[in-house]
Design a protein around this ligand. Structure first.
Ligand SMILES: [Zn+2]
Length: 178
């Protein structure tokens, strides 16, 4: 059991997200981000499959075929697009991603930066979150609402081009002011 390391990883991640959220004015979300990771359903799994370089959820999936911790997490945390997957009112469409409120798209954006910093360490650059997103985007299909995907993608491109300070300033002044 890597309880101490896992506890520190969560705290470190939450601290990075909090700093980002505070810079754009999302104080409440900054304080409450990922709190469900301290619940037994998520915390104990995280300790058991602690990896250090990637999410423990991946290790749990490999072992039992799915991740109980992740299913618990994505059902409770609105900054994950998976939280917003639901039946369309149009029966022909089936299950699709609903449009996310902008403040949660911003939290998701900051979450991705924080995760990239943690797992990449000194190899992190401002263009890495964009590269990571573009590598996986084709697999998202209709799980992410087009307007949500468009906003996230445009912010990731801005981050790669103009850096974090500039992008956070734009989010605070323009994106969240609307
Ligand atoms: Zn989360």
């Amino acid at each position: 059991m890597k309880a101490w390391q896992h506890f520190r990883t969560i705290n470190h991640h939450r601290f990075l997200v909090m700093k980002g959220c505070f810079k754009v004015g999302l104080y409440r979300q900054g304080l409450l981000h990922d709190l469900s990771k301290y619940s037994p359903s998520e915390f104990l799994v995280g300790c058991r499959y602690y990896q250090g370089t990637r999410s423990p959820n991946n290790a749990e999936r490999e072992e039992i075929g799915y991740s109980r911790a992740w299913l618990h997490h994505k059902g409770r945390n609105r900054h994950h697009y998976e939280y917003w997957i639901d039946y369309s009112t149009d029966p022909k469409e089936g299950i699709i991603g609903m449009k996310m409120p902008v403040r949660y798209v911003i939290e998701m954006f900051i979450d991705r930066i924080a995760a990239a910093k943690t797992y990449r360490g000194s190899k992190y650059t401002d263009s890495y979150p964009l590269e990571y997103y573009e590598k996986g985007v084709a697999r998202l299909g209709r799980m992410v609402h087009p307007e949500t995907a468009q906003l996230l993608h445009s912010l990731l491109k801005m981050l790669a081009r103009d850096g974090e300070e500039e992008t956070f300033r734009y989010i605070r002044g323009k994106v969240l002011k609307k």
